[in-house]
Design a protein around this ligand. Structure first.
Ligand code: HEC
Length: 109
């Protein structure tokens, strides 16, 4: 009997943790990964670049092209080079654009 109570308590605790984790990500705005998948993944699968192989999102290429910070990435989204869709502030507000940029910096090394 005692064991059953422990199991129930454990399940309840795990469920609560799940709910808290879910609330956490939504409180921080849409997360960068989801936004990246929505807007960027088509041309940058796995941080690559299907149109211009010299301009992937890997650190090596970003460094070579002077794209080093969150602001650099947001600037490239607002005013990209040939072949990339421009993303206006209306389409992707600054908060979301920065979340995408942070995701790129931490994901594609
Ligand atoms: C239609 C295809 C396409 C989409 C969609 C796209 N890109 Fe690009 N991206 C490109 C092309 C082509 C380039 C090379 C031209 C340039 O430097 O802007 C590029 C270059 C970049 C660069 C510069 C990389 C480097 O090494 O110089 C960054 C950063 C970037 N894209 C970010 C994004 C982000 C963030 C999104 C989503 C919000 C996105 N791109 C969506 C095609 C795309």
């Amino acid at each position: 009997m005692k064991k059953a109570v422990t199991v129930v308590a454990l399940v309840v605790a795990l469920c609560c943790m799940g709910i808290i984790a879910a609330v956490d990500t939504s409180a921080a705005g849409k997360n960068g990964e989801a936004l990246f998948k929505q807007y960027c993944q088509v041309c940058h699968p796995n941080g690559g670049n299907i149109i211009n192989a010299k301009k992937t999102l890997s650190k090596k290429d970003r460094d070579a092209n002077n794209i080093k910070t969150v602001d650099d990435i947001v600037r490239n989204m607002r005013k990209p080079g040939p072949g990339m869709t421009p993303f206006s502030e209306k389409a992707v507000p600054d908060g979301d654009a920065k979340a995408i940029a942070r995701y790129i910096l931490k994901t594609f090394k």
